[in-house]
Design a protein around this ligand. Structure first.
Ligand code: DQA
Length: 147
């Protein structure tokens, strides 16, 4: 079965410890476990990837594009959302369903978070649902695959 890839950018390995008033108390491992539960129920395979390095994220997207193992992508590029044309260019190559995801509502925060280079190269963007956004995005991509 082809997989849904979750890409998590810098500092998301610190979820549960970092700015819990904004990002909540779930760790990335907790979130992955919740997604695995849902994935089983709805018949999807998932893979979680996290990196603090822009180049590693670009490499991962390129590998995804070149391999035949994936059906869709959910990306929380974290701070690289607002800065990285390299990640946006890599995402633009990928033809399968792609969702941009943020835990916080990036439009309700500092001005610099309002610009997303990712938004223009994905099918849909979600933000502000907290950690639950991950399972919501997984359900959403399942629905996109059905269409
Ligand atoms: C984030 C929002 C970004 O602005 C921030 O740099 C992050 C996390 C979110 O999930 O809310 O690291 O992508």
């Amino acid at each position: 079965m082809k997989k849904i890839l979750f890409i998590n950018g810098p500092n998301l390995n610190m979820l549960g410890k970092r700015q819990v008033e904004i990002y909540g108390s779930y760790s990335l491992q907790d979130i992955e476990a919740q997604c695995l539960d849902l994935a089983k129920k709805i018949g999807l395979d998932i893979e979680f990837f996290q990196s603090n390095s822009e180049g590693e994220i670009v490499d991962k997207i390129q590998n995804m594009y070149l391999s035949n193992n994936y059906a869709g992508l959910i990306i929380n590029a974290a701070a690289y959302t607002h800065t990285s044309i390299a990640i946006a260019d890599a995402l633009a190559m990928v033809g399968m369903p792609k969702i941009e995801l943020h835990i916080s509502n990036i439009y309700k925060r500092e001005n610099f978070r309002r610009k997303s280079f990712v938004s223009a190269v994905v099918d849909a963007s979600m933000c502000g649902f907290g950690a639950e956004g991950y399972v919501l995005a997984l359900q959403a991509i399942k629905n996109m695959l059905k269409e």
